[in-house]
Design a protein. Structure first.
Length: 61
């Protein structure tokens, strides 16, 4: 329970100027890169599953 005059608690640091454009550009590029890597890993996993369980599987030989 919050007491009178107490501010909201957050995990983010209070002294970083999040409103500055360079922060939004940095985090935008970071999340785009993480998204591309995540999609690539997802594709590789799905391709491996499809090749393993796919039609005409001869047991890997």
């Amino acid at each position: 329970m919050m007491q009178h005059g107490e501010t909201l608690h957050t995990a983010l640091p209070w002294d970083i100027p999040w409103w500055m454009p360079d922060h939004s550009i940095f985090f935008g590029v970071l999340y785009i890169a993480l998204g591309v890597v995540g999609m690539g890993v997802g594709y590789v996993i799905m391709k491996g599953v499809a090749d393993t369980w796919g039609k005409g599987n001869d047991g890997g030989h």
